[in-house]
Design a protein around this ligand. Structure first.
Ligand code: PMP
Length: 450
């Protein structure tokens, strides 16, 4: 898959041209059918072509498609804000609507800094993140991201924020138990805060489960409690990046609900509008809003399309659809079934080293040697081979980095629409197994040559 990602306005395009989608399936102009096994980067969470959503979009566009947020509010935006506040944990009641996950995390960062500014603490402006993380592509979001390949080109222009380890138990050979690992991660965070100076650190940001930079890395039940305790001790806000894990993806409405920790600020996107329109949000707690409401009143951010009524109406319809069809529960149930099926394959596979995940957010890490957990050489580009062979079988899987600091290692994420049925999971696994067989034959052939 070496195509460019720009679109040239001619019809000899390099990517297959998708003509339509229905449920978990996409179809190209040659009539080939693909299972959207990744929901297109963990986004199309209710599947394609849902009539109810299309109707809601049409309904809103008959009323009004755009007003400028700095002048007007709309019923669609107000209703969406109410819904978000109802489904969010704790007192995360305030929504700031943006258009992408990157804008949502970047706004979260700005809100955290603004919070301390309003409280008169002008130097509290650094954000601590983890080496294996992805929080978005804009310069602020990228400054908080440990995604090495995406940073490379822009490194000199990025903020030098402190980074700590991610909970990657599969490869944490330095500690004997998960408890020891978690204690180490919490101590590392404490040291990073002390090194930067507690009066200089505004927030710690983390994905509840690491996506693009790790391949669905799942922390222990205690990890976030220990990390949050350190944050609280040093007056550091906690931002949860729920862009991938939010809106039912992991079998709960938000990923953090698995860990009984309530963030101060949350960023969400992707599944929030399931790809029908761009929509994302920064969700802010009462605690964080208080000094802002008593001070500047407004969040120092804003985009032309913030709270776009068309997107707000769509997102509201998506969230209602998730609720009405019990898709969070389906995600938990079908996710467990999918993981069980992949674990069955892993038992006989020579190259599946680790299967992990919660709900329909399942990560699979591939290794050269299951015993030593040694990764394949970078030059073999195993992850892209796997993605391509699955693509050939008519299954879309999401490539993720894995390995030390996201530099080495190959993982994919399976994250089909939350609507998936048991029969559809079986078909997905059948295609995955076919591709896996081919990958194994190809790789073992190449390894025996080398
Ligand atoms: N945060 C996380 C956890 C993500 O996975 C992503 C996108 N992969 C982003 C932020 C950025 O979202 P977007 O691509 O919509 O800007």
């Amino acid at each position: 898959m070496n195509q460019t990602n720009l679109i040239k306005p001619v019809l000899d395009h390099e990517y297959p041209l998708i003509t339509h989608g229905k449920g978990i399936y996409l179809y190209d102009e040659q009539g080939k059918q693909y299972i959207d096994g990744s929901s297109g980067a963990v986004t199309a969470s209710i599947g394609h072509g849902v009539q109810e959503i299309i109707d809601a979009m049409a309904e809103q566009s008959k009323k009004v498609s755009f007003v400028y947020r700095s002048q007007f509010s709309t019923e669609a935006a107000e209703k969406l804000a109410k819904k978000i506040s109802e489904i969010s944990p704790g007192d995360l009641n305030w929504s700031f609507f943006v258009n992408s996950g990157s804008e949502a995390t970047e706004t979260a960062m700005k809100v955290a800094i603004q919070y301390w500014q309003e409280k008169g603490m002008k130097t509290k402006n650094k954000i601590i993140s983890r080496w294996m993380s992805y929080h978005g592509i804009t310069m602020g979001a990228l400054s908080m991201s440990g995604h090495i390949t995406r940073r490379q080109l822009f490194e000199p222009m990025l903020e030098k924020y402190p980074s700590v380890s991610a909970p990657y138990y599969y490869r944490d050979a330095a500690h004997k138990t998960i408890e020891e690992c978690d204690d180490f991660y919490a101590q590392e965070l404490e040291k990073a805060i002390l090194r930067a100076g507690k009066d200089n650190v505004a927030a710690f940001i983390a994905e509840p489960m690491i996506g693009a930079a790790g391949g669905a890395l799942i922390p222990s039940d205690q990890y976030f409690q220990k990390m949050k305790a350190v944050c609280d001790e040093y007056d550091v806000l906690f931002i949860a990046d729920e862009v991938m894990t939010g809106m039912g993806r992991t079998g709960k409405m938000f990923g953090m609900e698995h860990f009984n920790v309530i963030p101060d600020i949350m960023a969400t996107g992707k599944g929030m509008s399931a790809g029908y329109t761009p929509m994302a949000a920064t969700i802010v707690s009462e605690k964080v809003m208080e000094p802002i409401l008593n001070g500047s009143k407004i969040i120092m951010s804003g985009h032309t399309f913030s709270a776009n009524p068309q997107s707000a109406a769509t997102s509201l319809a998506v969230l209602n659809y998730i609720e009405k069809n019990n898709l969070v529960e389906n995600s938990a149930r079908m996710g467990a079934y999918l993981k069980e099926k992949i674990n069955e394959l892993a038992r006989t596979s020579e190259i599946i080293g680790d299967v992990r995940g919660k709900g329909l957010f399942v990560g699979i890490e591939f290794v050269k040697d299951k015993l030593t957990k040694k990764s394949f050489a970078r030059e073999l580009d195993v992850v892209n081979k796997i993605v391509q062979l699955n693509f050939d079988e008519g299954l879309l899987v999401y490539p993720a980095n894995a390995g030390a600091e996201g530099l080495t290692g190959d993982a994919v994420i399976l994250s089909p629409p939350l609507t998936i049925t048991k029969e559809e999971v079986d078909e997905l696994v059948r295609r995955f197994a076919m591709a896996l067989g081919k990958v194994e034959r190809e790789l073992l052939g190449e390894l025996s040559k080398s």
